[in-house]
Design a protein around this ligand. Structure first.
Ligand SMILES: NC(=O)c1ccc[n+]([C@@H]2O[C@H](COP(=O)([O-])OP(=O)(O)OC[C@H]3O[C@@H](n4cnc5c(N)ncnc54)[C@H](OP(=O)(O)O)[C@@H]3O)[C@@H](O)[C@H]2O)c1
Length: 337
């Protein structure tokens, strides 16, 4: 029988994809979350374990007997540290799907020393935002030991956000007091400059699209956590930002038997060193659904010891990025240019 993996936030939109992916790959999921009734209703037949992020004993019960935990309950400002603490107490690896820049930076800041000392593995942002861009940047840079800039451009056909995405955006905005954040000059920097629009030319068939520049995503934490780079820029297609900003945009709706929406994505990563550029591009469908194979592949590799390091580490640092990306087929198609 496969390994047992606890999933916190299991009945959320992303958590459900994670539980389904675990089952499809032969793992035994232990679904957990704070609402016992919703948990039991969502996962009949599974060993569901209600737990509250502010009740450590309940988290210990949720993780009892698990080989690893995936945290899909966000905003992660509330759940990240308590579930990492529980994973450290249980002596099991922790993987989360946090997109919040501040929550991811906190995981590195608060747990790097303890996790390394314990030989524990903690992988934040093991998801579409933060994880995929980092894997692409890492495979693209190849043998370069440093780079001047990494550019991560996102073309989403639409962005119908979940309540978790909206809540996480609000928490992050509050935590930075409405300011914007960017990674420049080798550090995260808060600023009040307006976002600018520009054209980004994605590989065909997407082609040239209008994007918002400096639309910072979790990649500004994960990529410079292990790549020696001065600036990390991320960009988002204007239509996707408009969808995200509108309170009237509906939540994602299933469009196939697996529950994926019709949304498509392109993540185009350019690493620049002097006048030379290296590029890797990923395409796929549904940013929430694709987070499940990213997080589950990570757990699979950690449990098999296919890792480069211990402590708090992003996807690009802890895994062989090229091999990992290849393993994501058919969920993600990668081209290196
Ligand atoms: N990095 C990425 O690319 C990526 C991809 C997918 C998701 N995410 C992140 O993952 C999180 C979940 O997203 P989603 O799409 O699954 O949203 P969702 O459908 O709204 O689900 C949110 C889940 O988190 C739980 N939750 C929220 N606050 C909690 C708390 N304080 N304690 C315990 N559980 C709590 C919710 O439980 P209740 O219903 O009981 O509140 C629910 O199970 C968000 O932060 C989102 O940004 C990131």
């Amino acid at each position: 029988m496969g390994s047992t993996v606890a999933v916190y936030g299991a009945y959320g939109h992303t958590g459900r994809f994670v539980v389904a992916e675990l089952r499809a790959r032969g793992f035994t999921p232990l679904p957990s979350g704070r609402d016992a009734a919703r948990l039991a209703a969502a996962f009949p037949g599974l060993d569901a374990r209600p737990a509250s992020a502010d009740d450590p004993a309940s988290l210990d019960r949720a993780l009892a007997g698990a080989d690893a935990v995936i945290n899909a309950a966000g905003p992660f400002a509330a759940t990240g540290a308590p579930v990492v603490e529980a994973a450290l107490r249980a002596g099991i690896p922790y993987v989360d799907v946090a997109a919040e820049i501040e929550a991811n930076a906190d995981t590195f800041a608060h747990f790097a020393d303890r996790a390394r000392a314990a030989g524990a593995v903690v992988v934040p942002a093991m998801a579409f935002f933060g994880g995929l861009g980092d894997l692409l940047a890492t495979t693209a840079r190849g043998d370069w030991t440093s780079a001047d800039e990494v550019h991560v451009a996102y073309a989403l056909s639409t962005w119908h956000p979940t309540e978790g995405t909206r809540a996480s955006g609000r928490v992050s905005t509050d935590r930075r007091a409405g300011r914007r954040v960017r990674f420049t000059g080798g550090a995260l920097e808060y600023h009040d400059e307006p976002l600018s629009t520009l054209d980004w030319t994605f590989p065909e068939p997407t082609g040239t699209r209008r994007v918002l520049g400096r639309f910072s995503m979790a990649d500004v934490v994960t990529i410079p956590s292990h790549l020696d780079v001065r600036d990390v820029h991320s960009y988002m297609t204007v239509e996707a930002v408009t969808d995200l900003s509108s309170p009237d945009t509906p939540a994602p709706a299933p469009a196939d038997a697996t529950g994926r929406s019709a949304q498509t994505f392109v993540v185009d990563v350019v690493v620049r060193s002097g006048t030379e550029e290296r590029r890797a591009t990923a395409t796929g469908r549904d940013i929430y659904a694709v987070t499940a194979p990213l997080a589950v592949e990570a757990v699979d590799r950690i449990l098999k010891g296919k890792t480069n390091t211990t402590g708090v580490a992003s996807a690009g640092e802890i895994f062989d990025a090229t091999d990992f990306l290849d393993a994501l087929a058919p969920h993600v198609t990668v081209e290196r240019h």
